[in-house]
Design a protein around this ligand. Structure first.
Ligand code: NAD
Length: 503
Protein backbone atom coordinates (compact mmCIF):
# COMPACT_ATOMS: atom_id res chain seq x y z
CA UNK A 1 0.00 0.00 0.00
CA UNK A 2 1.16 3.52 -0.83
CA UNK A 3 2.31 5.68 2.12
CA UNK A 4 -0.06 8.48 3.13
CA UNK A 5 1.32 11.89 2.31
CA UNK A 6 0.42 15.53 2.69
CA UNK A 7 2.62 17.92 0.75
CA UNK A 8 0.93 21.30 0.78
CA UNK A 9 3.17 24.27 0.03
CA UNK A 10 4.64 25.40 3.32
CA UNK A 11 5.29 28.91 4.53
CA UNK A 12 7.43 30.07 7.43
CA UNK A 13 7.27 33.16 9.61
CA UNK A 14 9.02 36.44 8.69
CA UNK A 15 11.37 35.93 11.70
CA UNK A 16 12.53 32.60 10.26
CA UNK A 17 12.91 34.09 6.76
CA UNK A 18 14.99 36.92 8.24
CA UNK A 19 17.15 34.47 10.17
CA UNK A 20 17.79 32.40 7.05
CA UNK A 21 18.83 35.47 5.06
CA UNK A 22 21.33 36.69 7.67
CA UNK A 23 25.00 35.66 7.63
CA UNK A 24 25.74 32.65 9.85
CA UNK A 25 29.13 32.82 11.47
CA UNK A 26 31.13 31.23 14.25
CA UNK A 27 30.72 32.48 17.82
CA UNK A 28 34.18 32.88 19.34
CA UNK A 29 34.91 34.96 22.43
CA UNK A 30 31.55 36.73 22.25
CA UNK A 31 31.98 37.80 18.61
CA UNK A 32 30.41 36.44 15.45
CA UNK A 33 33.13 35.88 12.86
CA UNK A 34 33.93 33.90 9.72
CA UNK A 35 36.20 30.88 9.86
CA UNK A 36 39.95 31.44 9.42
CA UNK A 37 39.84 29.82 5.98
CA UNK A 38 36.62 31.61 4.98
CA UNK A 39 34.84 28.30 4.22
CA UNK A 40 31.07 27.97 4.02
CA UNK A 41 28.72 25.06 3.76
CA UNK A 42 25.21 24.99 2.41
CA UNK A 43 22.55 23.48 4.60
CA UNK A 44 19.51 21.90 2.92
CA UNK A 45 15.87 21.26 3.76
CA UNK A 46 15.71 17.44 3.68
CA UNK A 47 11.99 17.56 2.86
CA UNK A 48 12.55 19.47 -0.39
CA UNK A 49 16.31 19.03 -1.11
CA UNK A 50 16.35 22.81 -1.58
CA UNK A 51 19.19 24.87 -0.05
CA UNK A 52 18.18 26.77 3.10
CA UNK A 53 21.20 28.98 3.68
CA UNK A 54 24.98 29.16 3.89
CA UNK A 55 26.88 28.72 7.13
CA UNK A 56 30.48 29.61 7.97
CA UNK A 57 32.47 26.57 9.02
CA UNK A 58 35.65 26.47 11.01
CA UNK A 59 38.65 24.17 11.12
CA UNK A 60 41.48 23.49 13.53
CA UNK A 61 42.57 27.13 13.70
CA UNK A 62 39.08 28.27 14.71
CA UNK A 63 38.77 25.49 17.29
CA UNK A 64 42.11 26.61 18.73
CA UNK A 65 40.86 30.21 18.97
CA UNK A 66 37.60 29.10 20.59
CA UNK A 67 39.41 26.88 23.12
CA UNK A 68 41.75 29.76 23.95
CA UNK A 69 38.76 32.03 24.55
CA UNK A 70 37.05 29.38 26.67
CA UNK A 71 40.19 28.87 28.77
CA UNK A 72 40.58 32.60 29.35
CA UNK A 73 36.89 32.93 30.26
CA UNK A 74 37.29 30.10 32.76
CA UNK A 75 39.66 32.31 34.72
CA UNK A 76 37.71 35.53 34.13
CA UNK A 77 34.62 37.09 35.77
CA UNK A 78 32.65 33.90 35.04
CA UNK A 79 34.71 32.01 37.64
CA UNK A 80 33.78 34.54 40.32
CA UNK A 81 30.01 34.37 39.83
CA UNK A 82 28.12 32.78 42.70
CA UNK A 83 26.02 29.71 41.95
CA UNK A 84 22.97 31.97 42.21
CA UNK A 85 24.32 34.39 39.62
CA UNK A 86 25.05 31.50 37.26
CA UNK A 87 21.54 30.19 37.88
CA UNK A 88 20.08 33.59 37.02
CA UNK A 89 21.83 33.57 33.64
CA UNK A 90 20.54 30.06 32.92
CA UNK A 91 16.97 31.09 33.84
CA UNK A 92 17.25 34.19 31.67
CA UNK A 93 18.30 32.02 28.76
CA UNK A 94 15.29 29.75 29.42
CA UNK A 95 12.96 32.77 29.15
CA UNK A 96 14.62 33.91 25.90
CA UNK A 97 14.18 30.42 24.45
CA UNK A 98 10.49 30.55 25.38
CA UNK A 99 10.20 33.96 23.70
CA UNK A 100 11.77 32.48 20.55
CA UNK A 101 9.92 29.15 20.50
CA UNK A 102 8.33 29.73 17.10
CA UNK A 103 11.64 30.69 15.45
CA UNK A 104 13.54 27.77 17.00
CA UNK A 105 10.74 25.34 16.13
CA UNK A 106 10.68 26.37 12.48
CA UNK A 107 14.45 26.30 12.15
CA UNK A 108 14.62 22.85 13.70
CA UNK A 109 11.94 21.60 11.28
CA UNK A 110 13.59 23.13 8.21
CA UNK A 111 17.13 22.02 9.05
CA UNK A 112 16.34 18.54 10.38
CA UNK A 113 13.00 17.62 8.81
CA UNK A 114 11.26 16.59 12.03
CA UNK A 115 7.50 17.22 12.34
CA UNK A 116 6.72 20.55 13.99
CA UNK A 117 4.79 19.02 16.89
CA UNK A 118 7.99 17.23 17.90
CA UNK A 119 10.18 20.28 17.27
CA UNK A 120 7.89 22.43 19.41
CA UNK A 121 8.04 19.89 22.25
CA UNK A 122 11.84 19.77 22.10
CA UNK A 123 12.09 23.56 22.21
CA UNK A 124 9.77 23.70 25.23
CA UNK A 125 11.91 20.99 26.72
CA UNK A 126 15.20 22.85 26.25
CA UNK A 127 13.79 25.88 28.11
CA UNK A 128 12.83 23.45 30.88
CA UNK A 129 16.38 22.02 30.85
CA UNK A 130 17.90 25.45 31.44
CA UNK A 131 15.43 26.01 34.30
CA UNK A 132 16.18 22.58 35.77
CA UNK A 133 19.94 23.14 35.67
CA UNK A 134 19.51 26.68 37.03
CA UNK A 135 17.97 25.01 40.08
CA UNK A 136 20.67 22.35 40.14
CA UNK A 137 23.42 25.00 39.96
CA UNK A 138 22.11 26.48 43.22
CA UNK A 139 22.41 23.13 44.96
CA UNK A 140 26.01 22.27 44.02
CA UNK A 141 27.47 21.47 47.41
CA UNK A 142 30.44 19.71 48.94
CA UNK A 143 30.38 17.72 52.19
CA UNK A 144 32.29 17.56 55.42
CA UNK A 145 33.71 14.21 56.44
CA UNK A 146 36.03 12.64 58.97
CA UNK A 147 39.71 13.69 58.64
CA UNK A 148 42.34 10.92 58.35
CA UNK A 149 43.76 9.40 61.57
CA UNK A 150 47.42 10.26 60.84
CA UNK A 151 46.41 13.94 60.95
CA UNK A 152 44.01 13.78 63.92
CA UNK A 153 46.63 11.93 65.97
CA UNK A 154 48.58 15.18 66.17
CA UNK A 155 45.96 17.91 66.10
CA UNK A 156 42.39 18.80 65.34
CA UNK A 157 41.54 18.78 61.66
CA UNK A 158 38.75 19.50 59.24
CA UNK A 159 38.07 17.61 55.99
CA UNK A 160 35.60 18.78 53.39
CA UNK A 161 34.96 18.47 49.66
CA UNK A 162 34.51 21.14 47.01
CA UNK A 163 32.68 20.62 43.71
CA UNK A 164 34.50 22.45 40.93
CA UNK A 165 33.88 22.78 37.20
CA UNK A 166 35.84 20.27 35.16
CA UNK A 167 37.14 23.16 33.02
CA UNK A 168 36.82 23.73 29.27
CA UNK A 169 34.21 21.35 27.88
CA UNK A 170 34.07 20.37 24.20
CA UNK A 171 30.52 19.51 23.19
CA UNK A 172 30.05 17.50 19.98
CA UNK A 173 26.46 17.19 18.84
CA UNK A 174 24.62 15.00 16.26
CA UNK A 175 21.89 15.98 13.82
CA UNK A 176 18.92 13.88 14.87
CA UNK A 177 17.52 16.18 17.61
CA UNK A 178 19.99 19.04 17.29
CA UNK A 179 18.76 21.68 19.75
CA UNK A 180 17.88 19.13 22.36
CA UNK A 181 21.18 17.21 22.26
CA UNK A 182 23.05 20.55 22.30
CA UNK A 183 21.24 21.81 25.40
CA UNK A 184 21.56 18.47 27.19
CA UNK A 185 25.25 19.29 27.25
CA UNK A 186 25.21 23.09 27.34
CA UNK A 187 22.86 23.54 30.31
CA UNK A 188 24.63 21.23 32.80
CA UNK A 189 28.09 22.37 31.61
CA UNK A 190 27.21 26.01 32.27
CA UNK A 191 25.45 25.16 35.54
CA UNK A 192 28.66 23.47 36.69
CA UNK A 193 30.68 26.59 35.83
CA UNK A 194 32.49 25.17 32.80
CA UNK A 195 33.14 27.15 29.66
CA UNK A 196 32.30 25.45 26.40
CA UNK A 197 33.20 25.03 22.76
CA UNK A 198 30.32 23.42 20.94
CA UNK A 199 30.52 21.81 17.51
CA UNK A 200 27.08 21.17 16.03
CA UNK A 201 26.55 18.61 13.29
CA UNK A 202 27.34 19.77 9.76
CA UNK A 203 23.91 18.39 8.76
CA UNK A 204 22.03 20.71 11.16
CA UNK A 205 24.14 23.76 11.95
CA UNK A 206 21.36 26.32 12.49
CA UNK A 207 19.57 26.01 15.84
CA UNK A 208 22.88 26.13 17.75
CA UNK A 209 23.51 29.57 16.22
CA UNK A 210 20.20 30.88 17.59
CA UNK A 211 21.08 29.41 20.98
CA UNK A 212 24.48 31.11 20.84
CA UNK A 213 22.90 34.50 20.16
CA UNK A 214 20.35 33.98 22.95
CA UNK A 215 23.17 33.04 25.37
CA UNK A 216 24.87 36.33 24.55
CA UNK A 217 21.58 38.21 24.94
CA UNK A 218 21.10 36.53 28.34
CA UNK A 219 24.44 38.00 29.42
CA UNK A 220 26.88 35.08 29.51
CA UNK A 221 30.37 36.68 29.46
CA UNK A 222 32.39 36.49 26.22
CA UNK A 223 34.22 33.19 25.78
CA UNK A 224 31.89 31.19 28.06
CA UNK A 225 29.83 29.88 25.13
CA UNK A 226 31.69 29.37 21.84
CA UNK A 227 30.07 27.74 18.82
CA UNK A 228 32.11 26.46 15.89
CA UNK A 229 30.25 24.79 13.06
CA UNK A 230 32.45 22.51 11.02
CA UNK A 231 33.12 19.05 9.72
CA UNK A 232 33.59 16.13 12.07
CA UNK A 233 36.92 14.99 10.70
CA UNK A 234 38.27 18.54 10.86
CA UNK A 235 36.79 20.79 13.60
CA UNK A 236 35.37 17.84 15.57
CA UNK A 237 38.61 15.88 15.54
CA UNK A 238 40.64 18.93 16.64
CA UNK A 239 38.26 19.60 19.53
CA UNK A 240 38.43 15.97 20.66
CA UNK A 241 42.24 15.90 20.67
CA UNK A 242 42.85 19.46 21.91
CA UNK A 243 45.30 19.47 24.84
CA UNK A 244 43.58 22.46 26.47
CA UNK A 245 40.14 20.83 26.50
CA UNK A 246 39.42 19.11 29.82
CA UNK A 247 36.33 17.18 28.85
CA UNK A 248 34.54 15.99 25.74
CA UNK A 249 30.87 15.24 25.80
CA UNK A 250 29.94 13.48 22.60
CA UNK A 251 26.65 12.26 21.20
CA UNK A 252 26.74 10.39 17.93
CA UNK A 253 27.50 7.05 16.39
CA UNK A 254 29.43 4.30 18.15
CA UNK A 255 32.03 4.36 15.36
CA UNK A 256 32.76 8.07 15.94
CA UNK A 257 32.67 7.47 19.70
CA UNK A 258 35.65 5.13 19.30
CA UNK A 259 37.54 7.88 17.42
CA UNK A 260 36.73 10.35 20.20
CA UNK A 261 38.26 8.01 22.79
CA UNK A 262 41.43 7.66 20.68
CA UNK A 263 41.66 11.42 20.23
CA UNK A 264 41.14 12.08 23.94
CA UNK A 265 44.05 9.86 24.96
CA UNK A 266 46.67 12.62 24.48
CA UNK A 267 45.74 14.64 27.57
CA UNK A 268 43.49 11.95 29.10
CA UNK A 269 40.55 14.32 29.00
CA UNK A 270 37.33 13.16 30.63
CA UNK A 271 34.93 11.64 28.09
CA UNK A 272 31.15 11.17 28.15
CA UNK A 273 29.64 9.22 25.25
CA UNK A 274 26.00 8.90 24.21
CA UNK A 275 26.12 6.46 21.29
CA UNK A 276 23.96 4.26 19.15
CA UNK A 277 21.36 1.68 20.04
CA UNK A 278 19.33 -1.25 18.79
CA UNK A 279 16.78 -1.32 21.55
CA UNK A 280 14.53 -4.28 22.33
CA UNK A 281 10.77 -4.09 22.74
CA UNK A 282 9.16 -7.14 24.35
CA UNK A 283 5.43 -7.70 23.92
CA UNK A 284 4.10 -10.31 26.35
CA UNK A 285 0.95 -12.40 25.71
CA UNK A 286 -1.13 -10.32 28.15
CA UNK A 287 -0.21 -6.91 26.66
CA UNK A 288 -3.01 -4.42 26.12
CA UNK A 289 -2.96 -4.54 22.32
CA UNK A 290 -4.95 -1.33 21.87
CA UNK A 291 -2.05 0.50 23.52
CA UNK A 292 0.76 -1.75 22.32
CA UNK A 293 -0.01 -1.55 18.60
CA UNK A 294 0.48 2.22 18.21
CA UNK A 295 2.97 2.38 21.09
CA UNK A 296 5.34 -0.25 19.71
CA UNK A 297 4.98 1.09 16.17
CA UNK A 298 5.98 4.57 17.33
CA UNK A 299 8.86 3.11 19.36
CA UNK A 300 10.35 2.41 15.92
CA UNK A 301 8.91 5.19 13.76
CA UNK A 302 9.19 8.24 16.06
CA UNK A 303 11.48 10.76 14.31
CA UNK A 304 11.44 8.46 11.25
CA UNK A 305 13.53 6.04 13.32
CA UNK A 306 16.37 8.57 13.50
CA UNK A 307 16.27 8.20 17.23
CA UNK A 308 18.98 6.67 19.38
CA UNK A 309 16.33 5.14 21.67
CA UNK A 310 14.33 3.67 18.78
CA UNK A 311 12.87 0.28 19.63
CA UNK A 312 13.84 -1.60 16.49
CA UNK A 313 14.13 -5.21 17.67
CA UNK A 314 10.55 -6.18 18.45
CA UNK A 315 9.93 -9.51 20.22
CA UNK A 316 6.29 -10.61 20.19
CA UNK A 317 4.81 -13.67 21.87
CA UNK A 318 3.42 -16.11 19.31
CA UNK A 319 -0.11 -15.95 20.81
CA UNK A 320 -0.54 -12.30 19.79
CA UNK A 321 2.10 -12.06 17.05
CA UNK A 322 -0.16 -11.96 14.00
CA UNK A 323 -2.62 -9.55 15.55
CA UNK A 324 0.20 -7.20 16.60
CA UNK A 325 1.93 -7.31 13.22
CA UNK A 326 -1.30 -6.71 11.28
CA UNK A 327 -2.26 -3.89 13.64
CA UNK A 328 1.13 -2.22 13.39
CA UNK A 329 1.14 -2.54 9.59
CA UNK A 330 -2.23 -0.79 9.42
CA UNK A 331 -0.97 1.85 11.84
CA UNK A 332 2.21 2.39 9.78
CA UNK A 333 0.13 2.79 6.62
CA UNK A 334 -2.02 5.40 8.38
CA UNK A 335 0.96 7.63 9.29
CA UNK A 336 1.11 10.84 7.25
CA UNK A 337 4.48 11.65 5.66
CA UNK A 338 5.09 15.22 4.71
CA UNK A 339 6.97 18.44 5.28
CA UNK A 340 7.45 18.98 9.00
CA UNK A 341 6.06 22.51 8.88
CA UNK A 342 2.72 21.07 7.80
CA UNK A 343 0.70 20.47 11.02
CA UNK A 344 -0.78 17.17 9.82
CA UNK A 345 2.66 15.62 9.24
CA UNK A 346 3.51 12.69 11.49
CA UNK A 347 6.72 11.51 9.80
CA UNK A 348 9.23 13.71 8.01
CA UNK A 349 12.14 12.88 5.70
CA UNK A 350 15.46 11.30 6.55
CA UNK A 351 18.25 13.80 7.05
CA UNK A 352 20.18 13.35 3.80
CA UNK A 353 20.55 11.37 0.61
CA UNK A 354 23.38 9.38 2.22
CA UNK A 355 21.15 8.41 5.15
CA UNK A 356 18.29 7.59 2.79
CA UNK A 357 20.52 5.34 0.68
CA UNK A 358 21.90 3.66 3.81
CA UNK A 359 18.36 2.87 5.02
CA UNK A 360 17.30 1.59 1.57
CA UNK A 361 20.40 -0.64 1.47
CA UNK A 362 19.40 -2.13 4.84
CA UNK A 363 15.90 -2.77 3.46
CA UNK A 364 17.49 -4.60 0.50
CA UNK A 365 19.64 -6.63 2.88
CA UNK A 366 16.54 -7.57 4.91
CA UNK A 367 14.88 -8.83 1.74
CA UNK A 368 17.91 -10.78 0.58
CA UNK A 369 18.40 -12.29 4.07
CA UNK A 370 14.85 -13.68 3.88
CA UNK A 371 12.94 -11.36 6.25
CA UNK A 372 9.26 -10.96 5.34
CA UNK A 373 8.40 -7.42 4.23
CA UNK A 374 5.00 -6.68 5.78
CA UNK A 375 4.65 -3.05 4.77
CA UNK A 376 6.67 -0.12 3.41
CA UNK A 377 10.15 -0.60 1.99
CA UNK A 378 10.18 2.16 -0.63
CA UNK A 379 11.44 5.70 -1.02
CA UNK A 380 8.67 8.13 -2.03
CA UNK A 381 8.91 9.23 -5.66
CA UNK A 382 9.10 12.95 -4.98
CA UNK A 383 11.70 15.44 -3.77
CA UNK A 384 12.88 14.91 -0.20
CA UNK A 385 14.41 11.89 1.48
CA UNK A 386 11.17 10.14 2.46
CA UNK A 387 11.16 6.42 3.20
CA UNK A 388 7.94 4.59 4.04
CA UNK A 389 7.59 3.19 7.55
CA UNK A 390 8.72 -0.38 7.05
CA UNK A 391 8.02 -3.57 8.99
CA UNK A 392 9.91 -6.82 8.57
CA UNK A 393 8.55 -9.99 10.23
CA UNK A 394 10.17 -13.45 10.51
CA UNK A 395 13.49 -11.85 11.41
CA UNK A 396 16.35 -13.82 12.93
CA UNK A 397 19.13 -12.60 15.23
CA UNK A 398 21.88 -13.05 12.63
CA UNK A 399 20.35 -10.63 10.07
CA UNK A 400 22.13 -7.28 9.58
CA UNK A 401 18.78 -5.46 9.96
CA UNK A 402 18.48 -7.00 13.43
CA UNK A 403 22.08 -6.52 14.56
CA UNK A 404 23.01 -3.08 13.21
CA UNK A 405 21.65 0.37 13.96
CA UNK A 406 19.79 1.46 10.80
CA UNK A 407 18.67 4.89 12.05
CA UNK A 408 15.62 4.88 9.82
CA UNK A 409 11.96 3.78 9.91
CA UNK A 410 12.64 0.03 9.81
CA UNK A 411 11.12 -2.36 12.35
CA UNK A 412 12.31 -5.95 12.74
CA UNK A 413 9.94 -8.43 14.39
CA UNK A 414 10.94 -11.73 15.98
CA UNK A 415 8.38 -14.20 17.33
CA UNK A 416 8.94 -16.06 20.60
CA UNK A 417 7.04 -18.92 22.20
CA UNK A 418 8.46 -19.16 25.73
CA UNK A 419 7.12 -17.43 28.85
CA UNK A 420 10.38 -18.01 30.75
CA UNK A 421 11.67 -14.53 31.60
CA UNK A 422 15.34 -15.56 31.54
CA UNK A 423 14.94 -16.85 27.99
CA UNK A 424 13.04 -13.71 26.91
CA UNK A 425 15.66 -11.44 28.48
CA UNK A 426 18.40 -13.40 26.69
CA UNK A 427 16.68 -12.62 23.37
CA UNK A 428 16.39 -8.93 24.29
CA UNK A 429 20.01 -8.73 25.47
CA UNK A 430 21.43 -10.31 22.31
CA UNK A 431 23.06 -7.04 21.15
CA UNK A 432 26.26 -5.07 21.69
CA UNK A 433 24.13 -2.02 22.55
CA UNK A 434 22.20 -1.18 25.73
CA UNK A 435 20.57 2.21 25.47
CA UNK A 436 16.84 1.77 25.81
CA UNK A 437 14.07 -0.80 25.76
CA UNK A 438 10.47 -1.46 26.74
CA UNK A 439 8.24 -4.19 28.07
CA UNK A 440 4.53 -4.42 27.28
CA UNK A 441 2.42 -6.45 29.71
CA UNK A 442 -0.51 -5.94 32.09
CA UNK A 443 1.17 -8.03 34.77
CA UNK A 444 3.17 -5.82 37.13
CA UNK A 445 5.34 -8.66 38.41
CA UNK A 446 6.26 -9.74 34.88
CA UNK A 447 7.01 -6.12 33.98
CA UNK A 448 9.40 -5.44 36.84
CA UNK A 449 11.03 -8.86 36.74
CA UNK A 450 11.74 -8.48 33.02
CA UNK A 451 12.94 -4.87 33.32
CA UNK A 452 15.49 -5.93 35.92
CA UNK A 453 16.87 -8.51 33.46
CA UNK A 454 17.22 -6.16 30.47
CA UNK A 455 20.68 -4.66 30.13
CA UNK A 456 19.98 -1.09 29.09
CA UNK A 457 20.24 2.36 30.65
CA UNK A 458 16.61 3.30 30.16
CA UNK A 459 13.74 0.80 30.11
CA UNK A 460 10.03 1.69 30.00
CA UNK A 461 6.91 -0.30 30.86
CA UNK A 462 3.89 0.02 28.53
CA UNK A 463 5.50 3.01 26.83
CA UNK A 464 8.85 3.58 25.11
CA UNK A 465 11.61 6.19 25.38
CA UNK A 466 10.03 8.03 28.31
CA UNK A 467 12.91 10.47 28.69
CA UNK A 468 12.66 13.56 30.87
CA UNK A 469 14.88 16.41 32.01
CA UNK A 470 15.25 14.95 35.50
CA UNK A 471 15.61 11.29 34.48
CA UNK A 472 19.14 9.93 33.93
CA UNK A 473 19.75 8.65 30.42
CA UNK A 474 22.68 6.77 28.92
CA UNK A 475 23.93 3.46 27.71
CA UNK A 476 25.16 0.08 28.85
CA UNK A 477 27.60 -1.77 26.59
CA UNK A 478 28.55 -0.04 23.34
CA UNK A 479 25.80 2.59 23.77
CA UNK A 480 28.09 4.83 25.73
CA UNK A 481 29.85 6.01 28.87
CA UNK A 482 28.11 8.05 31.57
CA UNK A 483 24.68 9.61 31.88
CA UNK A 484 22.99 12.79 30.74
CA UNK A 485 19.84 14.47 32.13
CA UNK A 486 19.14 14.91 35.81
CA UNK A 487 21.68 15.16 38.59
CA UNK A 488 24.01 12.68 36.90
CA UNK A 489 24.09 14.96 33.86
CA UNK A 490 25.45 17.76 36.06
CA UNK A 491 27.98 15.53 37.82
CA UNK A 492 29.54 14.81 34.44
CA UNK A 493 30.85 18.42 34.41
CA UNK A 494 32.05 18.56 38.03
CA UNK A 495 35.25 17.48 39.74
CA UNK A 496 35.39 16.73 43.46
CA UNK A 497 38.27 18.19 45.42
CA UNK A 498 38.94 16.88 48.93
CA UNK A 499 40.53 19.33 51.38
CA UNK A 500 42.01 18.55 54.79
CA UNK A 501 43.10 21.35 57.10
CA UNK A 502 45.27 20.62 60.12
CA UNK A 503 44.09 23.14 62.69
P1 NAD B 1 28.16 10.99 13.91
O1 NAD B 1 28.95 10.16 14.85
O2 NAD B 1 28.37 10.82 12.47
O3 NAD B 1 28.37 12.54 14.21
C1 NAD B 1 28.12 13.11 15.47
C2 NAD B 1 28.95 14.36 15.61
O4 NAD B 1 30.33 13.97 15.63
C3 NAD B 1 28.81 15.37 14.48
O5 NAD B 1 28.87 16.67 15.00
C4 NAD B 1 30.04 15.08 13.63
O6 NAD B 1 30.47 16.20 12.89
C5 NAD B 1 31.06 14.74 14.69
N1 NAD B 1 32.19 13.94 14.23
C6 NAD B 1 32.24 13.08 13.18
N2 NAD B 1 33.47 12.55 13.08
C7 NAD B 1 34.20 13.06 14.09
C8 NAD B 1 35.54 12.89 14.52
N3 NAD B 1 36.39 12.07 13.91
N4 NAD B 1 35.97 13.57 15.61
C9 NAD B 1 35.13 14.38 16.28
N5 NAD B 1 33.85 14.60 15.90
C10 NAD B 1 33.40 13.94 14.82
O7 NAD B 1 26.64 10.73 14.33
P2 NAD B 1 25.35 11.32 13.62
O8 NAD B 1 25.18 10.58 12.35
O9 NAD B 1 25.42 12.81 13.63
O10 NAD B 1 24.22 10.90 14.65
C11 NAD B 1 23.60 9.67 14.61
C12 NAD B 1 24.16 8.78 15.71
O11 NAD B 1 24.04 9.43 16.97
C13 NAD B 1 23.38 7.49 15.84
O12 NAD B 1 24.28 6.42 16.01
C14 NAD B 1 22.58 7.69 17.13
O13 NAD B 1 22.20 6.52 17.79
C15 NAD B 1 23.50 8.53 17.93
N6 NAD B 1 22.77 9.27 18.95
C16 NAD B 1 22.87 8.87 20.25
C17 NAD B 1 22.15 9.53 21.24
C18 NAD B 1 22.26 9.10 22.68
O14 NAD B 1 21.82 9.84 23.54
N7 NAD B 1 22.82 7.95 22.97
C19 NAD B 1 21.34 10.61 20.90
C20 NAD B 1 21.26 11.00 19.58
C21 NAD B 1 21.99 10.32 18.60
Amino acid sequence: MQARTDFKTVTVSPATRDFLSEPHQLLINGRWQDGAEGKQLTTYDPATEEPLTQVAIGGAEDIDAAVKAARQALQGPWSRLTHFERAKLLSRLARLIEDNTDLLTEIEVLDNGMPSFIARLTIQNIAEMFDYYAGAAQRIEGRTTSPPRHITEHSEALTYTLREPVGVAGLIVPWNVPASTAVLKLAPALAAGCTVVMKPSEETPLSALVLGQLAMDAGFPPGVVNIVNGLGADAGARLAEHPEVDKISFTGSTATGRRIIQAAIGNLKKVSLELGGKSPVVVMPDADLAAAIPGVAMATFFLQGQNCMAGTRIFIHESIHDQMVEGMAAFAQSLVLGHGINPTTQLGPLISLAQCNKVLAYIESGLSDGAQLVTGGKRLERPGYFVEPTIFANCTPDMAIVREEIFGPVMTVQKFSTTNLEEIAALANNTVYGLSGSVWTQNLSTAHALVSRIRAGHVSINCHGAVGTNIPFGGYGQSGWGREFGEEGLNAYLETKAVTAQL
